[in-house]
Ligand binder design. Structure first.
Ligand code: ACO
Length: 329
C-alpha cells in the first residue's frame, strides 16, 4: 500500500513588533531604497527579549492543529526545523510538545538552516509512508534576530522572526506530498555561518569582542549558489513526481531575496501570479518562511484544493530542497 502524507492544517505566528527599513536607517548606514531594490524587503517582525523560538512555534502549531481539527494527543511526532533553538538542549520541539500537550509524540529539532522546513517535510513523508507515524507536526521556526549583529548592515537588514507549521496526516488518496528532494553542498560552509558559540569555538570574552557569535555571510556568493541550488532541487522534485513546469499551479520559494525568486520564476517561465511572495512584510524568516507563505497563500485563495504547489528552499550548509504537493485543504 502506498501511504501518502496530506496537509490537513497550516498556521503561522509572527511577533507583534515590526521593524521597517526606515527604522533600520537609524541603526546602520543603509537606506529604504537600497534594501527595497536589493532585496524586495520593506519590513520584518522581530521578537522581543522575552520571546523564544518555541513560543512562536507553539503559536503556529496550535493554529495548524485548529485547522486540522485534531487534538494534540493524536500527534505522533513533532519536528522543528530551527537554527535558533531556545537552548542547545532540550530541543525546541520538546518545549512545543509540553506547551501544546502532545502527550504521546516524539519531539526533536532538525538543523538545516533555511531549508529546515523542507527537510522536515521530507522526513515526515518517509515516516508516514513507512507506517511509523500517522499525524506529524512539521514546524519551521526561527528568531534569527537573536543571532544578528545589529552593527553589520550586510546582514541585519535581511532577517525577520517567525514560525509556521503544518499537520501532515497519512492518507491512501493520491494527494499531499507527491515528491521531495533534499541535498547539501557542504564544500561552502564558510560562506554562511555563525562561527562561534558552539563546540568549535565556545563562548569567551574574545568571541564577544570579535562578535563571532553572530551571523556572518558572503551575500554575493550565497546568492549565486541559492539560485542554482533551488533550480536543481525543483527540477529533481518535479522529475520524481512525473510533472513538468506547466503542471505547477503555484511556487513558494524561500523568501530570501526578490531577485533570487525572479531568477527562478524566469527560468521556469512562470507568470507573476504563479509565484508567491511575502518577503516585503516578513524579510527572511529562515525555516519559517515557507510555512508562513503557505498559510498566507491558502488564506488569500491563491492555493486551492487540487492545486500543484512547489516549495523550494536554500540555506546555510549549504542545504537545499524542494517538494511537490497536491494541495488537499
Ligand atoms: N545598505 C547599504 N549598502 C549595503 C548594505 C545595506 N544594508 N549591505 C551591503 N551594502 C553595500 C556593500 O557594502 C557593498 O558596498 P561596496 O560596493 O562599497 O563594497 C554594496 O552594498 C554591494 O554589496 P553586495 O553584497 O554586492 O550586494 P548584493 O547585491 O549582493 O546584495 C544581499 C546583498 C542582499 C545580501 C544579496 O547578496 C543576497 O540576498 N544574498 C543571498 C542571501 C540569502 O539567500 N540567504 C539565504 C540563506 S539565509 C540562511 O540560511 C540563514
Amino acid at each position: 500500500m502506498n501511504i501518502k502524507s496530506k496537509i490537513i492544517g497550516v498556521g503561522f505566528t509572527a511577533p507583534e513588533k515590526i521593524l521597517t527599513n526606515k527604522d533600520l536607517e537609524k541603526i546602520v548606514e543603509t537606506s529604504d531604497e537600497w534594501i527595497k531594490s536589493r532585496t524586495g524587503m520593506s519590513e520584518r517582525h522581530i521578537a522581543d527579549e522575552k520571546t523564544a523560538t518555541s513560543d512562536l512555534a507553539t503559536g503556529a502549531a496550535l493554529k495548524a492543529l485548529e485547522m486540522a481539527k485534531i487534538g494534540p494527543e493524536e500527534i505522533d511526532l513533532i519536528m522543528v526545523g530551527t537554527v535558533s533553538p531556545d537552548m542547545f538542549f532540550p530541543s525546541t520541539a520538546c518545549f512545543v510538545q509540553n506547551n501544546i500537550k502532545a502527550v504521546k509524540a516524539a519531539a526533536f529539532d532538525l538543523s538545516a538552516a533555511c531549508s529546515g522546513f523542507i527537510y522536515g517535510l521530507s522526513l515526515a513523508k518517509g515516516m508516514i509512508a513507512s507506517g511509523e507515524a500517522k499525524n506529524i507536526l512539521v514546524i519551521g521556526a526561527d528568531c534569527l534576530s537573536k543571532l544578528t549583529d545589529w552593527t553589520d548592515r550586510n546582514t541585519c537588514v535581511l532577517f525577520g522572526d517567525g514560525a509556521g507549521a503544518v499537520v501532515l496526516q497519512a492518507t491512501e488518496e493520491d494527494t499531499g506530498v507527491l515528491s521531495s528532494h533534499i541535498f547539501s553542498d557542504a564544500s561552502k560552509t564558510h560562506l554562511l555561518q555563525v562561527p562561534a558559540g558552539g563546540s568549535r569555538t565556545p563562548f569567551s570574552v574574545e568571541v564577544l569582542e570579535q562578535r563571532t557569535n553572530f551571523i556572518k555571510m558572503e551575500g554575493n556568493e550565497v546568492f549565486k549558489n541559492a539560485v542554482k541550488g533551488m533550480e536543481r532541487a525543483i527540477d529533481a522534485a518535479l522529475n520524481k513526481a512525473g510533472l513538468k513546469y506547466e503542471d505547477v499551479s503555484l511556487v513558494i520559494p524561500h523568501q530570501a531575496n526578490i531577485r533570487i525568486i525572479e531568477s527562478i520564476a524566469k527560468r521556469m517561465k512562470l507568470p507573476p501570479e504563479k509565484v508567491f511572495i511575502n518577503l516585503d512584510k516578513y524579510g527572511n524568516t529562515s525555516s519559517a518562511s515557507i510555512p508562513i507563505a503557505m498559510t498566507e497563500a491558502y488564506a488569500s485563495g491563491k492555493l486551492k484544493k487540487g492545486d500543484i504547489l512547489v516549495i523550494t528552499a536554500f540555506g546555510a550548509g549549504f542545504t537545499m530542497g524542494a517538494a511537490v504537493i497536491r494541495w488537499s485543504i
